[in-house]
Ligand binder design. Structure first.
Ligand code: 9MJ
Length: 677
């Protein structure tokens, strides 16, 4: 018989384990177990709590989704006001700030500051009593905010209880609730799929909207995260701090996530260097930051500096260039891509946003223009954040000129006048002109010559346009029949450059099957699919006659891709071009297809490749796939191996943090070879 006491201790043990794993995952960014193992522990706890409801506690890791408050959000008066920060926009502002601070303190001008990324989210205040999350409030107007306790509990990086001994204590911490770019994109996609008609314009608005949902069950589904940046009060616990950074170390150890990019710096010089370094990182961060905050590190300095108006004298927010700006739509044009896809583009009055000047922005497709009702002459908000391409996030209706009319999407191709047709989804518009359309031909040839395709060095956009408009090239096969003279006669070409191009064309003849397939520009066949097709079929002739069933046996090839491939090889014109290419001497090494062995070390293993290797990455991808493994683009806890070459990027850091096994080329070949025996 298992006693109730045994069950109670089993429940407590599961909770302890889950708390510790949460701490390792969110705060240390160093998980010890996989997501699946975490889920197993979580479900085991949930099951016991269902069987023994008496054992349920409010701080259990399972107790994240509570009841909806029946009277909306109640107001909470902040015991200590939540201040704002003074802003600086230039280096001079920062130098003046540091000078003011040091003059007031009568100190030398190289005192320490903590430089923290300024997260662009929502400031919140959390109170823990006896180590348990007691209350959470928004900043509101700084003196009174809203009670969002049930909602904050759904944020997984907020601990429901603190690590360590907090018996009879009360502490207040503050931080910023944010949504990552990935979470934001996913949320908007889900909103579209559910046809809620509600889309958020940026991650900050999405975080705000999510946190202010009356039903915590909705907040729980939103990808919110938190970073804490201050310990504002503590009672009933014996703590002594002399610096801000000590406080941050303390809260981190208590399980409250602190941003890993903050650092201690000296004087104005140190502040400005941190600003420069962070500005460089900004585009690659997973979330929005709008600047860097400098805070005098010593607490006695902070006390003697005090406050002015509603901001501390000891802190300063040094802003980055805005990631959103307003500008005017000068015109809307459509571009024709290689596959005939018609993409509307807005030409803008140039605007400096997110660190670059933006003059064109894609409007994606016809239904996107209709959804946003973007018109020529409109004033729009343009956003450029992270790696995301610039886009229009909002039309300012109140600034719309009188007599403006909705944009009418063209019904004919602007280049060849052929009819524009829609795919069944009604989203993608295509020019029906095929290779008759010179825009498609030009794009197709540019694609054929591009680095990841046939890699014809020197055959750039301008040259392709000339070759097509002057009638030298009508299909990609004509590239291999160009004479040096016909090239040398083109604008800005001479004998020497013509010879160089002829040499590059000759060199490109030696390729791989995957690159060749990719270069053909078959709709929906990108690099990865081309590689997968090459791996599976090994032989072009076999692929050309494969039926839909055979095609769909390939990884990631579904009905859409298989139809596209089969249709491509049915077209006599395409077969003719392929024949001519091969007759001109385009060739690739035969791929020996080896049966995949389940005993191979790489079988079912997930790889990420980073850095420069001695052979092209495609070679390694092919080797991994042939051995039954797969290659993904980013490191996660599901990654088994990282193959790292020279100058590896941040993927290697992440792998090291996660403890993923890292292979150099030698070790890779050793393991690969071992499986062949
Ligand atoms: C943000 N938004 O990341 C403060 N903040 O400190 C950081 N905001 C702040 N500190 C005092 N890192 C008031 C606001």
């Amino acid at each position: 018989m298992v006693s109730t006491k045994d069950i109670a201790s089993q429940v407590e043990s599961l909770r302890e384990q889950l708390r510790e794993h949460n701490y390792r995952y969110y705060v240390l960014d160093d998980p010890e177990i996989t997501d699946a193992e975490y889920d197993r522990l979580f479900k085991a706890l949930q099951k016991l709590e269902q069987q023994f409801p008496d054992l349920v506690t409010a701080d259990s890791p399972t107790a994240r989704i509570g009841e909806k408050p029946d009277k909306g959000f109640s107001q909470i008066k902040h015991e200590i006001p939540m201040l704002s920060l003074s802003n600086a926009f230039s280096e001079q502002d920062v130098i003046a700030f540091v000078k003011r601070v040091c003059d007031r303190l009568g100190s030398p001008d190289n005192i320490e500051f903590v430089a923290e990324p300024k997260l662009d989210g929502l400031a919140v205040s959390l109170i823990y009593k006896n180590g348990l999350l007691f209350q959470a409030a928004t900043r509101g107007d700084g003196s009174t905010g809203e009670d969002i306790t049930p909602n904050i509990k759904t944020v997984r990086s907020v601990p429901l209880s603190l690590r360590g001994d907090f018996y009879s204590s009360k502490i207040e911490v503050r931080g910023e609730v944010i949504m990552t770019h990935a979470g934001f994109k996913k949320l908007n996609q889900e909103q579209d799929e559910m046809r809620t008609g509600k889309r958020y314009v940026n991650p900050r608005n999405a975080a705000a909207g999510s946190l202010r949902q009356l039903d915590p069950a909705i907040t729980a589904k939103r990808p919110l995260e938190i970073y804490f940046y201050s310990l504002d009060q503590f009672e009933g616990i014996n703590l002594k701090f002399t610096t801000h950074i000590e406080k941050l170390a303390f809260i981190k150890n208590a399980g409250l996530r602190v941003n890993p990019l903050l650092k201690v710096v000296n004087g104005a010089k140190g502040c400005l260097k941190a600003h420069q370094q962070l500005a460089k990182k900004r585009q690659s961060l997973a979330y929005d930051i709008d600047g860097i905050v400098y805070k005098a590190n010593r607490l006695d300095y902070q006390n003697s500096l005090g406050f002015v108006a509603r901001a501390p004298r000891w802190a300063l927010a040094h802003k980055f260039p805005a990631q959103e700006e307003t500008t005017i739509v000068k015109s809307i044009e459509v571009q024709v891509g290689r596959t005939g896809a018609i993409t509307p583009v807005a030409r803008l009055k140039p605007v400096f946003v997110g660190g670059v000047t933006v003059s064109n922005v894609t409007l994606h497709n016809k239904s996107e223009i209709e959804r946003q009702d973007i018109r020529v002459g409109d004033t729009v908000v343009v956003r450029r954040a992270g790696d995301v391409i610039p886009e229009v996030v909002k039309v300012l209706d109140e600034m719309r000129p009188e007599h403006s009319t909705p944009y009418v999407f063209p019904s004919q191709c602007p280049v060849c006048d052929s009819e524009i047709v829609y795919e069944t989804s009604e989203v993608i518009a295509r020019c029906s002109g095929g290779l008759y359309c010179s825009a498609q031909l030009i794009e197709g040839i540019k694609h054929f010559a591009s680095r990841k395709a046939m890699d014809i060095e020197g055959l750039g956009s301008k040259l392709v346009e000339q070759l097509v408009t002057e009638g030298h090239v009508k299909t990609v096969a004509d590239i291999y029949h160009l004479s040096k003279d016909s090239i040398a006669n083109l604008e800005r070409m001479a004998d020497k450059s013509a010879q160089k191009l002829i040499d590059a064309i000759e060199k490109s003849k030696s390729t791989t099957l995957a690159k060749f397939l990719y270069s053909l520009g078959i709709t929906h066949v990108g690099e990865t699919t081309a590689q997968a097709l090459a791996n599976e079929f090994a032989d072009l002739g076999v692929l050309m006659v494969a039926d839909l069933e055979k095609l769909q046996a390939v990884d990631d090839v579904g009905p859409v891709v298989s139809h596209s491939v089969a249709n491509f090889f049915k077209e006599s014109h395409n077969i003719e071009v392929i024949k001519k290419l091969i007759e001109s001497g385009v060739h690739w090494p035969r791929i020996e297809k080896v049966p995949v062995s389940e005993d191979h070390e790489f079988y079912n293993k997930s790889f990420v490749i980073t850095g420069t290797l001695s052979k092209p990455r495609e070679v390694y991808s092919a080797l991994i796939k042939r051995a039954g493994g797969k290659v993904t683009s980013s490191v996660s806890r599901n990654t088994d191996y990282v193959l790292a070459g020279e100058n590896p990027g941040s993927k290697l850091d992440k792998a090291m943090n996660l403890g993923t096994e890292i292979l150099d080329e030698d070790r890779f070949h050793q393991l690969l070879g071992a499986g062949d025996n």
